[in-house]
Design a binder for this molecule. Structure first.
Ligand code: OSB
Ligand code: MG
Length: 367
């Protein structure tokens, strides 16, 4: 395929309610929506970097700079035989997996649409629905317990609670008092250190399935140490930025569960490599989320159909996050089951009038 144009668009959407984690509170989403055009067919990708680097170190201005000045021109300078080869062309530019992914995803979607197949088919995903859980931001305890009740009632297959020091033991005790047996996990987004072993030992007592990223956002060694001191399993999120880093984490026993976010690991080809590694080592994976719009959410649903994604992921109903999304189809889960959008590519299309309303900037890079 020959890519003729790459469109880089920043949209801004309000969340239904503020989302608070240990790294801050967000009231809305700035999303980078990338469109590629090839032979009259469009494909869409989404970048999950924020305006400022609170989760990992990428940010939107940096991503635009690299996409405009390096990745898009390189992509359009030569034909693409298959989307799996795209990110290898950008290795001379180090890091920046989220920026690379935003464009790579658009190429995968465009390629699948040209072939007339759902994206999941290109990835070897045979399932037409996936199990999902929900990630709950930090709120006062009564609100949190009520929110857990609502999500359990709606059938979500696991509930994940955001924690930080001082926002952990009492909240977990309250939730466990009402829901002693539900599948429960916590996500600290790097808020703890090994100096806080007392707290971590208390968190270890709540029968959690796993603890997600308790320590520093780029660490492996401390997590490997922590794993020997807890009975609860560890899952890494922030620290896993490439197939090589996943292999290192597994070799070091820094985690026994893997959260895959396509943007963090550098694209779908990286996801495929991580998937095959985890399947070969019998390591369970699940698909994380970054409160994506309908474009990124649809990509997540397709990739989570790969057979190694055995635990429920964070790709819950779009309506939990947005009252109006930028796609015409809004993926919704029923009883903790999310249907894979049908049709070619990622199976969703842009609501163009609404996209224009919420666009903050748009530019087109041509071949
Ligand atoms: O750590 O998984 C995370 C959202 C933004 C940044 C980091 C994380 C999250 C979530 C939300 O947990 C998951 C979702 O509903 O998309
Ligand atoms: Mg996380």
């Amino acid at each position: 395929m020959r890519i003729d144009e790459v469109e880089l668009r920043i949209v801004h959407l309000p969340y239904v309610s503020p989302f608070r984690t240990s790294f801050g509170e967000e009231v809305g989403k700035h999303a980078l929506i990338v469109t590629v055009r090839s032979d009259g067919v469009e494909g869409y990708g989404e970048g999950v970097m924020d305006p400022f680097p609170h989760y990992r170190e990428e940010c939107i201005p940096g991503a635009l700079h690299l996409l405009r000045g390096a990745f898009a021109p390189e992509l359009m300078s030569r034909d693409v035989a298959h989307p799996s080869e795209v990110t290898a062309r950008w290795v001379e530019w180090r890091g920046n997996p989220m920026a690379k992914t935003a464009l790579e995803l658009a190429v995968w979607d465009c390629f699948a649409r040209q072939q007339g197949v759902p994206l999941r088919t290109l990835l070897g995903g045979e399932r037409t629905e996936i199990p999902v859980g929900a990630s709950l931001g930090m709120n006062p305890i009564p609100q949190t317990v009520a929110s857990v009740a609502r999500h359990v009632e709606q059938g979500y297959q696991r509930v994940k609670l955001k924690i930080e020091p001082g926002w952990d033991v009492d909240m977990l005790a309250a939730v466990r008092a009402d829901f002693p047996d539900i599948e429960l996990t916590v996500d600290a987004n790097s808020a703890y250190t090994l100096e806080m072993m007392d707290l971590l030992h208390q968190i270890d007592q709540f029968g959690l399935h796993y603890i997600e990223q308790p320590l520093h956002w780029d660490d492996m060694l401390d997590h490997a140490h922590l794993a020997t001191m807890l009975t609860t399993e560890l899952c890494l999120d922030e620290s896993l930025t490439s197939p090589a880093r996943v292999k290192a984490a597994l070799d070091l026993k820094a985690c026994t569960v893997v959260n895959v976010k396509v943007g963090r690991v550098g694209g779908l080809q990286s996801v495929r490599e991580i998937h095959d590694l985890c399947v070969a080592r019998n390591v369970p994976m699940w698909c994380g989320g970054m409160l994506e719009t309908g474009i990124g959410r649809a990509h997540n649903i397709h990739l989570a159909t790969m057979p190694g994604f055995v635990f429920p992921g964070d790709t819950a109903s779009a309506s939990r996050t947005y009252s109006r999304d930028i796609t015409e189809q809004q993926p919704e889960a029923t009883n903790g089951i999310m249907p894979v959008p049908a049709g070619p590519g990622i199976g969703v299309t842009l609501d163009r009038a609404f996209v224009d309303q919420v666009t903050e900037s748009v530019e087109v890079v041509r071949r």
